[in-house]
Design a binder for this molecule. Sequence first.
Ligand SMILES: [Zn+2]
Length: 340
Amino acid sequence: MQGRIDHVGMWTWGGRIFNWKRYLDNMRQSGMDTAVLWQDRVPPNAREIQDYASERGIELIWGFNWSWNSPVCLDSAADAQKWTETVLHVLDAEYLPLNPAGVYFQVGGTEFGGACRVNCPVCTQAARDGVGSLFVKFAGSIIAAVRRRYPQLRISAGVHLGGVHKSYETLRALDPAVQIMWEDLPGPGQCIETPFAYDWAPAAAALTPATLEMVRKMCALRGTAEDVAFVIKGFPCHWGGGDPMLLEDFDLKALATIYQSKWEAAAKYCEQRLGDALAVFRAIADSPARRKTVVLLVEHGLWELRREYAAVLVTEALRDPYREAAAVIAAARAKLEATP
Ligand SMILES: [Zn+2]
């Protein structure tokens, strides 16, 4: 809807959630409604997690590998066919029985700059020019097969700008029913700049008119059919697989001590850069895209133990970016004080 960001939430490796109940509770209390859980395969407690999220008004999107971090050639029809069969099998066996709100995928070669399993000339050239059109070709054929079998299934395409960079506009050829979720947008000095996508430090990613122009283009790639999402990074995080856990406080306190200084720095930077962030969020909200989503990458950040101010502040900014920075700061502080 024009004039607002429709959905705000979290993106995380499921295996770095130490207490999934409290993680979802804290999301709800902060006004978030979307969670993307990235797993290698469906966790055994998936239905329980999904039901718990749903009761709290949170849509759970299940992310799994459509060749991410696997040896693949994006120019190979045989590789696309092999992964189509794998994806359909995993959907049938693991995810469709959950009747999920949606699924999310990543393919190989976008996060790491177009590495090809056979170092073919097409992929090698694409690594220099951006893998956008190869992504459309490879992922597009899997998407088409999935949509033939499951026309109602919502699909989100995770796209790292690291590999796509200046070719990002070629993604306008992607099926408009598929949400594009942009991640790892580079910082200053490169041809494409979106601040806060990777780092909130004051020296990183100064806001320029070109930055705002790129955000506007991404929000209108497929016209008013655009379903666009951004992953905002720059919070304390670590990586890891495995299944979401249900640990108690005593297990987490040592980690909380380690992360305290990181969260304090994030809070300081988020406040300092809030004016620029609000300008970017307003560009997203102002766009005529049919759906706009922003998710924060808060994994391994102990969100389950404590709603950290930096993430609450950014969530507050996303929920209504038309306020002045001081008003957003006051609202975020009030929210934490009202429900500590
Ligand atoms: Zn190749």
